[in-house]
Design a protein around this ligand. Structure first.
Ligand code: ADP
Ligand code: MG
Length: 610
């Protein structure tokens, strides 16, 4: 061992950088937080090469004087706290005074800043800790910080960086958290010259969620608000129908700061207990406000964890607020019957006119069916072979049933619906199958069930490395662009795993040589195109196991029997036979139910026969 020496400041900063700056995304987070602390209303984030090449953050905040600009990049320099007492109630996102110094010790940094009231802007350049003098320049008010070639003098760290896609995924994750926590901000995220997100100020939270995630998520959130015992809770709670396989879509913000906290995660899980498959994670956006003095943020270098002084109270307030809302929302019904059942039980869920029409027809058909089913003289009612005219989506009435069927029960009702009678099954709207069960009957969503069957099959075979793939007689070709080509290379393992074999076929064309037998219902080139789209969106932010899972979900969805597809009795037979063999058959891979059960006693109740 050598002699002990005191490290110079730049070494200290580089070591400190190891704690906070693990990858480009951390730089983006720290710089955006600085902009917010500086009172910015607008932040533009530009990224090149996944952030390894360039990260540029431009804000319209307070700016810095020449002196402050010089100091800002010194370690332990901050304008946010100045005495020990301040640490007890930190209201800013930053306070450690380390971020800029750390960042500047591991990259080439340029900062340009101007205070609003001043007409002189200033600029400083720092190359891995080597500072240039501060010089006057001209610029708009606010601050622009550019960070280039991160870790270029630290080959070991640089090597640790993943592909541009992955690094951008991390950046996008932090951007999303900040965008959700700071609704009033006007935010843009630009990647390699292309605008990825534009979030204008004044957007509602739901609009923001729709832009950042999807419409499906934005439209399936229950809102709740409570303010008790000094803890204000505002939450958008995902319905069970949009639950996930992991907790990635659980966002918790404490006074505007994204945090992870096991007590809060537990409270969320508890709140949903009994309303959701316990192996799934609800989508939750939770905003907590409480006095800064009630918790400590100075426990983790990236401040993602905090210490509550009274964690039991926080737990019980959150659990109480969420649980109350979830219990009041009749989630069971929403989970079990996301679409059609709502109407018949008189829930106040509004539908689009088109949905309403469809619901009307379906519930009418079911009502008809219930009545026939329960006719005492015809307990074992079997449908006779009547016409099988297809019902148009406009819900045309169909009126030419064979007279023997119209006896008794039907005399009391309006004539009405083409239910295409069959020997054993009833297929409603070419989408739902009604079949008898031991104590009543079941209604099956043909797409959801088939999706689950294929998913389980795929899952099993992929994990046993036993997915059969078929060489295509005539390889299908597909045109792709540069970034798709990159995606193909980056995710080759996934394509291999699911048995899709691809060869180059000209500069911008690929040819699909083989394709999994299980997915034969999906056209190969469409499937690969969709898969590339999905990877473009997901590969960046998802780890490999979850990504594979997402791919299997998508594959199952694409290869499954569609809604609106007429099935023969033998196809239905086969579907139901396979149903008996699969695990998790009562829900599709997205967590929606595949099967609704109706017992005779339930029918009797509904028809007030008891
Ligand atoms: P901290 O945020 O913990 O104070 P930083 O190293 O991130 O430490 O920043 C140091 C200081 O530089 C801040 O306290 C602030 O005064 C100033 N600063 C950083 N970024 C900006 C910005 N975008 N606009 C105005 N001032 C800034
Ligand atoms: Mg900071």
């Amino acid at each position: 061992m050598g002699r002990i020496v005191t490290l110079d400041q730049n070494m200290i900063n580089m070591i400190a950088a190891g704690e906070v700056i693990e990858r480009p995304a951390n730089v983006v987070k720290e710089l955006m937080e600085n902009s917010i602390d500086a009172g910015a209303e607008r932040i533009i984030v530009e990224i090149a090469g996944g952030g390894a090449k360039l990260i540029s953050i431009t804000d319209d905040g307070a700016g810095m004087s020449a002196d402050d600009l010089r100091l800002a990049f010194e370690s332990h320099s901050t304008s946010k706290i100045n005495k020990a007492g301040d640490l007890e109630a930190i209201s800013t996102l930053g306070f450690r005074g380390e971020a800029l110094a750390s960042i500047a010790s591991v990259a080439r940094v340029t900062a340009v800043t101007r205070q609003r009231q001043s007409n002189q802007a200033h600029r400083i350049e720092i190359d891995c800790g080597e500072k240039s003098p501060v010089e006057p320049c001209s610029a708009d008010y606010g601050t622009k910080i550019e960070v280039r070639d991160i870790f270029y003098k630290l080959p070991a760290r640089r090597k640790f960086l993943k592909t541009a896609n992955t690094e951008f995924g991390h950046i996008s994750k932090h951007f999303t958290r900040i965008a959700l926590a700071n609704q009033r901000l006007d935010l843009r995220l630009i990647r390699d010259g292309r605008e990825v997100h534009r979030l204008p100020k004044g957007q509602t939270l739901r609009e923001r969620i729709e832009e950042l995630f999807s419409r499906d998520i934005a439209e399936n959130l229950l809102e709740t608000h409570s303010n008790e015992k000094g803890i204000e809770v505002y939450a958008l709670l995902g319905t069970p129908g949009i639950s996930r396989t992991n907790s990635q879509l659980q966002y918790v913000f404490l006074n505007g700061r994204f945090i992870r906290d096991k007590f809060i995660a537990h409270a969320v899980k508890e709140a949903y207990r009994g309303n959701m498959d316990p192996s799934r994670y609800p989508v939750v956006f939770l905003f907590i406000k409480m006095p800064y003095s009630e918790y400590d943020v100075n426990v983790h270098p990236t401040k993602i964890e905090v210490r509550f002084y009274n964690s039991n109270m926080v737990h019980s307030q959150i659990l109480g607020a969420l649980r109350e809302k979830l219990l009041a929302s009749d989630l069971d019904t929403m989970a079990m019957a996301p679409r059609y059942q709502r109407e018949s039980i008189g829930n106040e869920v509004r539908d689009t006119p088109q949905q309403a029409g469809q619901h009307g027809r379906i519930s009418k058909a079911m009502e008809d069916f219930f009545k026939k089913y329960k006719t005492p003289s015809q307990r074992q009612f079997s449908f006779q072979n009547a016409s099988s005219t297809k019902t148009g989506t406009s819900g045309q009435k169909f009126n030419n049933r064979n007279p023997s069927q119209k006896q008794q029960i039907e005399s009391e009702e309006k004539p009405g619906f083409d239910y295409r009678p069959r020997d054993k099954y009833l297929q409603i709207d070419d989408s739902y199958i009604v079949a008898q069960s031991d104590d009543g009957f079941v209604v099956i969503d043909q797409h959801a069930l088939h999706e689950r069957i294929i998913y389980e099959d795929l899952h099993k075979r992929v994990s046993q490395n036993n997915l059969q793939s078929q060489k295509l007689l005539i390889p299908e070709t597909l045109e792709i662009n540069e970034s798709q080509k990159q995606l193909l290379n980056d995710n080759k393992e996934i394509f291999d795993k699911i048995g899709i074999n691809i060869a180059d076929f000209g500069p911008r064309t690929i040819s699909i040589q083989s394709f999994p037998t299980l997915l034969r219902r999906a056209p190969a080139s469409d499937f690969v195109a969709d898969l590339l789209d999905m990877l473009a969106e997901k590969a960046v932010s998802t780890d490999s196991q979850n990504l594979l899972d997402e791919v299997l979900h998508m594959a199952a969805c694409k290869a499954a029997i569609k809604v609106g597809q007429r099935l023969s009795d033998s196809e239905i037979d086969e579907l139901l036979a396979r149903r008996a063999e699969v695990d998790n058959r009562s829900r599709c891979p997205h967590g929606r139910p595949t099967t609704l059960k109706f017992s005779i006693s339930e029918l009797e109740k509904q028809f007030k026969r008891t």
